[in-house]
Write a protein that binds this ligand. Structure first.
Ligand code: ADP
Length: 499
C-alpha cells in the first residue's frame, strides 16, 4: 500500500536524495531545504526503497551508480510502486546514455555530475512546477467529476420529489405545450399511466377554464409574486379539482412556460355543501317561529297604553330589535346558501340598470334623509345598454352597497352612485364620504361574518354577511368588485358587469 501524503504536514514537498557520496547528499540537502523542500536522504538502493515506501516522497533524486542494488533497478521498483513519483537521475558524464535510457524507463529528468547548485535548482524547480500543474489538473478533474455526480443526484432527487408529490403537477413551455406531468396529475384526470407529454393542454382535458389558465400562465400572464390565480372545476363522479397557475420567468425576463398545480378539493367541497345545507335547513326552521315572535312582540308593544311600565316597554322594544337582527341574519344566511347552491340568478331578464338604481336610491333616500346625508344618482354620460341579469340579484348587490355607504357615513355626509359604460362592461361606483376602511382590513371585508370593529363602527348593527353576498352575486353574474378606501375620507366600491 502506498504511504501518503506526499507532502509534510507543513505542505512542503517531500524529496528523497539517494547518493552514496555523503558530500553530494549533504550539499543537495542544504540547497533543497533553502528551496523549502522537506528533504530526507538514503545512501544506497535498499534504504532508498524503504524510504519511498514509508514516506512517499513526491520527487526522488537518484544516483544511478551506487553499490548494492543498481540505480536502474531502484527506478524500476519505484515506478512499479508509484508511477507518479518524479525521479530525477543523477549521472556521471560517462553515463549520459544511461540517463537517456532511464528517461525512457520513466525517469522525469536527469542531472549530470558534477553539477552546480543552480543546475540542481533549475531541474528541481521544473519538477516542482510540473508537480503543481499535475495536482491542479487532478483537482479540477475531481471537481468536475463531483459536479457531474452532484448534477446526477440533484436531477434524480428532483424527479423523485415531482413523481411522489401528492398533488398534480403539470409544466408547460411558452407555447402552452405540456412538457412534464406527474403521476398524481395523470390519476386526477384519469389519463393512462404512460400518457406522453408533448401535446397542448386541451389534448389532455376538455375544460375551457382550465385550458385558459394554463394558456395564460404559459404566456407569462401570471408572474407576479403575489398569490397565483386559481380555477376550480368539476369532473364526472362528483369530483372537484382546484388548479393554480404560475408563469416561469427567466433571468432575462422572458416567459419560459408555466407550472400548474392541481389539488383535489372534493372532500372540502362536499363538506362545504353539507354545511350550507345544514345552515339553510336550520335557518329555514328558525325563520317562521322567529318572525312569529317578532310580530307578537310588535303587537304587544302597539297595544301598550300610556301608563304601562316604561321598563317593560323598553325591554320589549329591545327584544323586538334583537329578533329583527336575527331575522336579517337568517335572511342573509339563506341568501348565501342560495348563492352557493347556484340557485340564484337563474332568471336573467333585460334590465335597465339606471331605472333599477334610481328605484333603490329613491327607496333608501328616506334613510339617508333622516341622517341629513346627500344621496345622489349621477346620470351616465352615454345611455347605459340593457343588462341581461337577474334583477333580484342586482337589487341585492346595489341595495347592500348603498345601505352600507349610508350606515358607515356620519350624519351630513355624502353618497354618490354613478354608472357608466367601460368597454364591453358596465361600471357602477358607490362612493361615500364615510369612515373608510384601514388598508389591512380591505381584503377581509368580503369574508363571511367579518366586521370592522372600531370606535366609529362599534354601535352600527350588521351581520357581516352583506359584502360576501354581494361578492357571491357579482361573481355569479361573471362580474368583479373592487374597493378603494381611505380612513377618515371615505370609500368607493366599484362593480363591473358584462352586458
Ligand atoms: P355588515 O355591514 O353587516 O357589518 P358587510 O359584509 O356588509 O357587513 O360589511 C363588512 C364590513 O365592511 C362592515 O362591518 C364595515 O366595517 C365594512 N364596510 C362595508 N362597507 C363600508 C363602507 N361603505 N364604508 C366603511 N366601511 C364599510
Amino acid at each position: 500500500m502506498k504511504a501518503s501524503p506526499k507532502e509534510s504536514p507543513e505542505n512542503a514537498i517531500r524529496i528523497l536524495v539517494v547518493d552514496d557520496e555523503p558530500d553530494i547528499r549533504d550539499g543537495c540537502e542544504r540547497i533543497l531545504r533553502r528551496m523549502d523542500f522537506d528533504v530526507f536522504k538514503a545512501q544506497e538502493g535498499e534504504e532508498a526503497l524503504a524510504k519511498v515506501y514509508a514516506q512517499a516522497p513526491a520527487i526522488v533524486l537518484l544516483d544511478l551508480k551506487m553499490p548494492g542494488i543498481d540505480g536502474m533497478e531502484v527506478l524500476a521498483r519505484i515506478q512499479q510502486h508509484d508511477p507518479t513519483v518524479m525521479v530525477i537521475v543523477i549521472t556521471g558524464y560517462a553515463t549520459v546514455e544511461t540517463a537517456i535510457e532511464a528517461m525512457k524507463k520513466g525517469a522525469y529528468d536527469f542531472i549530470p555530475k558534477p553539477f552546480e547548485p543552480d543546475q540542481l535548482r533549475i531541474v528541481v524547480n521544473r519538477a516542482r512546477e510540473k508537480l503543481r500543474l499535475t495536482r491542479e489538473t487532478e483537482k479540477l478533474a475531481a471537481e468536475r467529476r463531483k459536479t457531474l455526480a452532484d448534477l446526477g443526484t440533484e436531477k434524480s432527487r428532483i424527479r423523485t420529489i415531482v413523481e411522489s408529490l401528492p398533488s398534480g403537477l403539470v409544466v408547460t413551455n411558452a407555447l402552452g405545450q405540456v412538457v412534464l406531468m406527474n403521476p398524481a396529475f395523470r390519476l386526477q384526470l384519469n389519463l393512462p399511466e404512460d400518457a406522453p407529454a408533448g401535446q397542448p393542454i386541451e389534448a389532455y382535458i376538455l375544460d375551457e377554464g382550465f385550458s385558459q389558465l394554463v394558456r395564460e400562465s404559459s404566456a407569462g400572464r401570471h408572474c407576479s409574486s403575489g398569490s397565483a390565480p386559481t380555477y376550480e372545476f368539476a369532473l364526472p363522479g362528483e369530483r372537484y379539482l382546484q388548479a393554480r397557475g404560475r408563469s416561469v420567468i427567466s433571468e432575462d425576463n422572458e416567459c419560459l412556460g408555466a407550472v400548474v398545480t392541481v389539488v383535489d378539493i372534493t372532500t372540502m367541497k362536499i363538506l362545504d355543501r353539507l354545511k350550507s345545507e345544514f345552515v339553510a335547513t336550520v335557518s329555514h326552521e328558525l325563520r317562521s317561529p322567529l318572525s312569529t315572535i317578532h310580530e307578537q312582540i310588535a303587537l304587544v308593544l302597539r297595544d301598550m297604553v300610556q301608563g304601562d311600565s316604561e321598563r317593560e316597554q323598553l325591554l320589549l322594544a329591545r327584544a323586538k330589535e334583537k329578533t329583527q337582527g336575527l331575522i336579517s341574519l337568517i335572511g342573509d344566511l339563506l341568501d348565501l346558501s342560495r348563492i352557493e347552491s347556484g340557485s340564484v340568478c337563474q332568471e336573467p331578464k333585460p334590465v335597465q340598470l339606471e331605472d333599477l338604481l334610481r328605484g333603490i336610491v329613491d327607496f333608501l333616500s328616506t334613510r339617508s334623509n333622516s341622517r341629513n346625508q346627500k344621496l345622489t344618482l349621477e346620470a351616465p354620460q352615454t345611455p347605459l345598454p340593457p343588462l341581461t341579469a337577474d334583477p333580484l340579484a342586482l337589487e341585492s348587490i346595489f341595495g347592500n352597497l348603498i345601505t352600507n355607504a349610508i350606515n358607515y357615513t356620519p350624519d351630513g355626509g355624502e353618497i354618490r352612485v354613478a354608472a357608466e359604460v367601460a368597454g364591453d362592461r358596465v361600471q357602477v361606483r358607490v362612493s361615500d364620504t364615510g369612515f373608510g376602511i384601514e388598508p389591512d382590513k380591505l381584503d377581509r371585508i368580503f369574508e363571511r361574518f367579518y366586521r370592522v370593529k372600531n370606535d366609529k363602527t362599534r354601535f352600527i348593527t350588521g351581520t357581516g354577511l352583506g359584502l360576501s353576498i354581494v361578492k357571491g352575486l357579482v361573481q355569479t353574474l361573471r362580474g368583479a368588485i373592487t374597493v378603494a378606501s381611505e380612513p377618515g375620507k371615505g370609500s368607493t366600491f366599484t362593480v363591473t358587469l358584462p352586458y
